[in-house]
Design a protein around this ligand. Sequence first.
Ligand code: BDR
Ligand code: CA
Length: 304
Amino acid sequence: KHRIIMDVDTGHDDAAAIVLAAGSPEIKIEGIVAVGGNQIREKTLANTLNVCQHIGLDVPVFAGQENPLVRKRVNAGYIHGESGLDGPHFAPRTKLAEKERGVDFIIRTVMENPGEITIVALGPLTDIALALILEPRLKDAVRHIVTMGGSMGMGNATPSAEFNIYADPEAAYVVCSSGVPLTMFTLDVTLQVTLDDDMLSHYRKMKTKTSTMFCDSMNAYTEACQRHGFDYPAMHDPCCIAYLVEPEIFTMEKRKIDIELKGELTYGRTVMGFVDPTAGSQVGVTADAPAFWRLLDRAFTRLP
Ligand code: BDR
Ligand code: CA
């Protein structure tokens, strides 16, 4: 079983990643930290609590950082809406966030369980960078960091940069240069797993509490993506969970990852090194989409 900490900026695809993790018996979620990203931290935290409560996921949820390390805050409300998770309706919230700061929870949990904990980072890397700065031994104690971010080709926040990296490039730099074991799913691979009309109507027919939330959220996500020139929305963040559950779904390449911090037009771009078997990081290359959907189907059967 993978013991994971999720760091999320919930968000439509973050919510799908929480569903996939909660419904996968290979995964044990130790806690979830909400960072500012798709929307301001107050909203991503509320969305995360709502999703957990809705699907009956009883794990501690923590507030991560509100602001990027250096740059001015940006968000992706143009995709995820004013709330950060427009679409689904949630019952009044009773679930509360923990008092402990998200970054402290990450450091404490990893250091108390050396070699055991995988961090799944699905938003800007602010919390992870800060944890590595405050506790340098974290890099050897953490089992693995799996993150969604970056692009070898076009970006989605700017022509050069993918949103999670663009929203905190300095944090991404800290993580990518730390030497921590790192797996990155870039747009090049996550855009291979898109939810088309057939898949959406397949999930509509399930009519469970969790699948209904998913479909309501995907309706809003689809509309927003289509306004921005994409045919169908991509399952960016859930790719990281699917990789832990069934790594064979993806092909990977070992490459060094650098982050551009100085370019006027390329700020926040991920610059991948040549394929190098000795590199400490790997990036996803291809995805078997039908195999991904089989995992999501199974997750729905295991949740309310
Ligand atoms: C990433 O940015 C966010 O909007 C999504 O949740 C995903 O983590 C895709 O670029
Ligand atoms: Ca995200």
